[in-house]
Design a protein. Structure first.
Length: 391
């Protein structure tokens, strides 16, 4: 098999994962207007973005259990088929509850794609080649989000249903995967040495990192879920402009992620989280106080720089503290925690919006993130002080 075709296929499948739920974000105000007679319409329409994340988190462990039985390539092909059908189904549906059901199946499909793509990558490549490919893969995930949301905004100006057809991108990728990928054997398991078998999970530190990952994603997903409603209040702003704005934030996050190795060489993880929360706090504060399109875009870009630090730091931190014996399972838990964070985001914010407004919710979250950032960096400084004092 041609490795270039394999790499191209896996990169394309990667674009359909992390930001898949947010693809239709520019359509949210129109969808809300269409279904506003439903009870809790505000929350239900926002769940169109985040419900897939819940089903990714719930179904991923079960998919992981039998992926070896049906084969990684077959898993990817089935998942791509389900992705294309469930994702584009809303183009033909005008019932909010049926749309939400299709989004649940989309989440299961994304979980299958994630697991199949990850295991195939680990089996096809090794050493420096694998590390290099994973780095490129991360960039593709981000750039995929930028491109898909840009196109979604343009299509949403024509009809709220058209962006759902973007999920049909899975069908040509399905054909490409069928011809360019091959099935691989199960990875050889490394026998446990006495040293490895005695390794233990650092539960307290891991729990803190998982909490940071969870709360960070809750804050991060406020952007694709709530920004369309913030911008819809501005006269002259259309769906394509909403798409440009969200894409600008994601692009800023990608730029930060691409420079992450340089930043990590200079700063500790707590310092990076402090910077991330500071960037996002400033950005959200600007958004909450702005009534002009470009001011909000400026706030989104500043937030995006923080998002890039958040999206990268959690997984790297887990990899650093995880014993070799538990590394894969701890990374998998981090992924599940992050998708739960996506789902919880609108559930967490909706009560605040009902009591105040969308703009006010950005202000309150900005203050909360700033407090979190200060607590993280102060706690780390205090820890270092006492460690030097008693060691």
């Amino acid at each position: 098999m041609n490795k270039n075709w394999i790499k191209a296929t896996l990169l394309l499948t990667s674009t359909m994962t992390v930001m898949a739920g947010a693809i239709v974000a520019p359509s949210l105000p129109q969808i809300h207007e269409l279904f506003q007679s439903h009870e809790n319409a505000g929350l239900l329409t926002k769940l169109i973005i985040t419900l897939p994340a819940l089903f990714i988190a719930v179904s991923a462990p079960f998919i992981g259990l039998f992926v070896d039985n049906i084969g990684r390539k077959n898993m990817l092909l089935y998942a791509l088929m389900l992705y294309g059908i469930s994702g584009s189904a809303a183009f033909f549906i005008e019932n909010l509850y049926l749309i939400l059901i299709t989004r649940a199946f989309l989440g299961i499909a994304i979980a299958g794609i994630l697991i199949a793509t990850t295991t195939l990558t680990n089996n096809y490549f090794s050493g420096k080649e694998r590390n290099s490919f994973i780095g490129i893969q991360g960039a593709f995930i981000g750039f995929g989000g930028v491109v898909f949301i840009l196109v979604s905004g343009i299509l949403a100006d024509i009809s709220w249903q058209l962006p759902f057809l973007i999920y049909g991108f899975a069908f040509p990728v399905l054909i490409l995967s069928f011809f360019s990928l091959y099935e691989t054997d199960k990875l050889n398991e490394i026998g446990e040495t006495e040293e490895v078998s005695t390794q233990k999970i650092p539960f307290i530190k891991a729990s803190l990192v998982y909490f940071f990952i969870f709360i960070s994603i809750v804050f991060f997903f406020i952007i694709p879920v709530q920004i369309p409603f913030v911008m819809s209040r501005i006269e002259g702003v259309n769906n394509s402009m909403i798409g440009y704005a969200i894409s600008a934030a994601i692009f800023a996050a990608v730029l930060t992620s691409l420079n992450y190795k340089f930043l990590k060489s200079r700063y500790s993880f707590p310092a990076l989280y402090f910077q991330a929360f500071l960037f996002m706090s400033v950005g959200f504060m600007i958004i909450s106080l702005s009534y002009v399109y470009w001011q909000i875009v400026t706030g989104l870009v500043i937030s995006g720089f923080g998002m890039g630090l958040i999206l990268t730091s959690g997984n790297f931190w887990i990899q650093e503290i995880a014993p070799d014996r538990f590394k894969d399972s701890m990374i998998a838990i981090a992924t599940i925690v992050s998708f739960f964070g996506q789902f919880i985001s609108p559930v967490f914010i909706e009560p605040i919006i009902r009591e105040t407004s969308v703009a006010s919710s950005f202000y309150l979250v900005a203050v909360t993130m700033l407090v979190f950032g200060i607590i993280i960096i102060l706690s780390y400084r205090i820890f270092l002080f006492f460690r030097r004092l008693f060691m």
